[in-house]
Design a protein around this ligand. Structure first.
Ligand SMILES: [Zn+2]
Ligand SMILES: [Zn+2]
Length: 381
């Protein structure tokens, strides 16, 4: 067959502070376990902003960014057995070889696949999902089938487009909030919970912590708008950082919170978490830290606390998909804006200026510019 030169558009990182939409060849199957996915929706992550700042040196100039989204499989390698062209899929933010020592204990985030094509590689070590097409290595383990909107569930009020958009929250945001936040801080029925940081992942931690029936959740943030959003998503109490210690002391008769989540990633918020944690409690670090922090062992050594860290493994994604399909996970609440892919630069500006724009997650729509494309999305479900 004659070589084809099909091209697509992708959002390319060109060094610190520089991104642009560029023309690229459409990716093809390189290895038998690969699939190629035509993106329908993607989104921008806080990690993408870290890349733009130069905080993630593993990302070379020329990389297509993005590690989240939903799309339609267009091609599969000979070893792919669970998916076929035409399938609607959720792209997990972590690529999972499934057979290395770390994958076999469920720690997909630290996958050591032979060719370094496992773990957080999309939009990092390999081209990602902020493009019209993406190649997904280890597709059988790294993609998830999109559940149909159930007519018997409360998700039924979402039309197909909103259903697919909301699913994008299950690529990274919700499993990160659940695994790195709610599970790692060991929220159990009756727990007192503090979440420091009310960005999309902090709010995802709030939504998923409630699956475990804590006695209350306090959300802490500088931004009054985000605190209002947190209350609308189920937080019983909210506080600015300088009010948080007094509030938690009052609510817990001086004990502190059992489960404390750091979802910002700066030294001040990690310090605050150390003041909020109760004896016997857990501080779960979720934030991405770019500099060292102080650990006050002189105060904490005798308090029987634990500190956990984690990069999301996406092991909870299948469970979250079931909850979402059953109408028990209001993922759509995390979405504030939608932009056509051609306007992705505005999407980045909007996401970056969140305190001004009130942005939580911004959806990138690859079909909005294409006449008559809307029907394709629904038909595949
Ligand atoms: Zn991310
Ligand atoms: Zn692996």
């Amino acid at each position: 067959m004659a070589p084809t030169t099909e091209t697509m558009k992708g959002l390319v990182y060109n060094g610190v502070g520089k991104i642009a939409i560029e023309e690229r060849p459409v990716p093809t199957i390189k290895k038998p376990a690969d699939a190629v996915v035509k993106m329908v929706y993607s989104t921008i992550c806080g990690s993408d902003l870290h890349i733009l700042k130069g905080d993630v040196p593993s990302v070379p100039p020329g990389r297509v960014l993005g590690h989240e989204g939903v799309g339609i499989v267009t091609a599969t390698g000979s070893n792919v057995s669970r998916f076929a062209p035409g399938d609607a899929v959720l792209v997990g933010c972590i690529t999972v070889c499934g057979s290395c020592a770390h994958c076999r204990r469920g720690m997909h985030s630290n996958c050591t696949a032979d060719d370094n094509d496992g773990g957080w590689v999309l939009g990092n070590a390999i081209d990602g999902t902020q493009a019209q097409y993406v190649r997904i290595p280890h597709a059988d383990n790294s993609l998830h089938r999109v559940p149909a909107a159930s007519s018997s569930s409360s998700a039924a009020h979402l039309d197909d487009e909103d259903h697919l958009k909301a699913l994008v929250m299950l690529s990274d945001t919700l499993p990160t909030g659940l695994e790195c936040g709610a599970l790692n801080s060991r929220v159990t029925p009756g727990s007192s919970v503090a979440i420091v940081g009310a960005g999309p992942v902090g709010l995802a931690a709030l939504l998923t912590a409630q699956l475990y029936s804590p006695s209350f959740v306090v959300v802490v943030d500088l931004d009054a708008e985000r605190l209002a959003v947190a209350r609308s998503m189920g937080a019983q109490h909210t506080a600015k950082p300088d009010e948080a210690v007094a509030l938690v002391q009052r609510l817990t008769e001086g004990r502190g919170c059992d489960a404390v989540m750091e979802v910002v990633g700066v030294p001040q918020t990690f310090a605050l978490c150390q003041e909020l944690v109760a004896a016997g409690g857990v501080i779960a670090n979720v934030g991405v830290h770019g500099e060292k922090v102080d650990l006050h062992l002189e105060k904490l050594w005798s308090k029987n606390i634990a500190i956990t860290t984690r990069l999301v493994d996406t092991v909870t994604t299948p469970m979250l998909l079931k909850l979402f399909a059953a109408g028990k996970l209001p993922a759509e609440k995390l979405i504030t804006h939608t932009f056509p892919f051609s306007d992705i630069m505005t999407a980045y500006d909007t996401f970056r200026a969140a305190s001004k724009t009130k942005a939580l997650k911004v959806i990138i729509d690859f079909e909005q510019d294409v006449p008559g494309a809307a029907g394709v999305r629904g038909a595949r479900l």
